[in-house]
Design a protein around this ligand. Structure first.
Ligand code: COA
Length: 285
């Protein structure tokens, strides 16, 4: 059986998707077939080559490729890395994850060489910190999409929370990631941060899609975002899923020991959560 294929996409296949391809090849070796492509391929950015050499990866032989040149056979996961721009479409019934990473490349003449190198190192770090999500993503049901929530997702997220018995209070201030299958919203997970203190909340998967690893990926994604945001620990409240969160290294704590800043969250104030158990998980850097 051949190794599962993973395809990274951005616009120019010059910076972000090249960094991702290089880092993923270094991490997974022959266990995965890693490729990258773009909608308007140019050439590999020299700063990508320079900053990948710092971590022992040589991109000098890489070329920028057009997405339509990629053979869809064997591709099981597509990871899009565009931030403000629109990523190329890849029409195959695969799993997809969207990691919006700001483009480190810029034509702004005011940006110095040192700043450019730093921008590429930052992008490299943001991609590298997410690579551990690839293995659980490959286990998702085919055609699952995982992406940061947009304003259009909010009504469906609200409906999912109601079905799952979770509160809507303060949801508008929550940074959410969603899962969709064939366009239908099937899962969500949220993160609030109050100063340096982070709260995982609103983790829910539609009943018919449970036990398929969707919640695991959503929780791991939120923990990763908290880590990238500088969290040293993440807290949560739960009434029915203590055993579930123990799987991720959360442990129950006295509610009175929750950081003071988290009391700004409506989750802590509402009566629906008054009997919930508090849990914490350290973030190891
Ligand atoms: C908690 C929840 C998101 C888990 O979703 P899921 O799709 O079952 O999760 P995963 O696919 O990642 O994991 C499935 C595994 O977790 C276990 N699990 C699921 N919910 C659990 C719970 N409440 N307590 C303990 N274990 C649980 C399943 O039995 C399964 O175990 P297995 O791997 O041994 O078969 C889902 O049950 C849900 O939406 N619950 C209602 C909302 C809720 O309580 N959210 C938590 C508070 S924010």
């Amino acid at each position: 059986m051949s190794a599962p294929g993973v395809l990274f996409l951005c616009v120019a296949n010059s910076a972000r998707s090249q960094l991702a391809e290089g880092l993923a090849r270094q991490r997974f070796g022959a266990a995965l077939q890693i490729q990258s492509a773009g909608s308007i391929p140019t050439k590999v950015n020299p700063y990508a080559i320079e900053t990948m050499l710092e971590v022992g990866v040589d991109l000098a032989t890489h070329t920028s490729k057009l997405v339509s040149e990629i053979d869809p056979k064997g591709i099981e996961l597509v990871i899009t890395l565009c931030a403000e721009e629109v990523c190329p479409a890849f029409y195959a019934p695969v799993r997809r994850i969207h990691w919006p990473i700001p483009d480190p490349a810029t034509s702004d003449p005011k940006v110095t060489r040192e700043e450019l190198v730093e921008r590429f190192r930052t992008a490299r770090g943001r991609i590298g910190a997410r690579l551990h999500l690839i293995e659980p993503a490959l286990a998702l049901p085919p055609r699952t999409l995982i992406a940061p929530a947009t304003a259009e997702d909010r009504p469906e997220i609200g409906a999912l929370m109601i079905t799952a018995g979770l509160p809507l209070d303060g949801l508008e201030k929550t940074d959410l990631v969603v899962a969709r299958i064939d366009g239908h919203l099937v899962g969500a997970a949220g993160l609030e941060h109050w100063g340096g203190d982070w709260l995982l909340r609103s983790v829910a998967v539609a009943t018919e899609h449970r036990s398929s690893g969707i919640a695991e990926l959503l929780v791991r994604d939120r923990l990763c975002i908290a880590q990238l945001g500088g969290a040293t620990s993440v807290h949560l409240l739960t009434t029915a899923a203590r055993g579930y969160f123990e799987r991720f290294g959360f442990t129950a704590i006295e509610r009175a020991t929750l950081p003071k800043a988290l009391h700004q969250s409506t989750q802590l104030a509402i009566s629906a959560c008054s009997t919930a158990i508090a849990m914490v998980r350290p973030i190891l850097t």
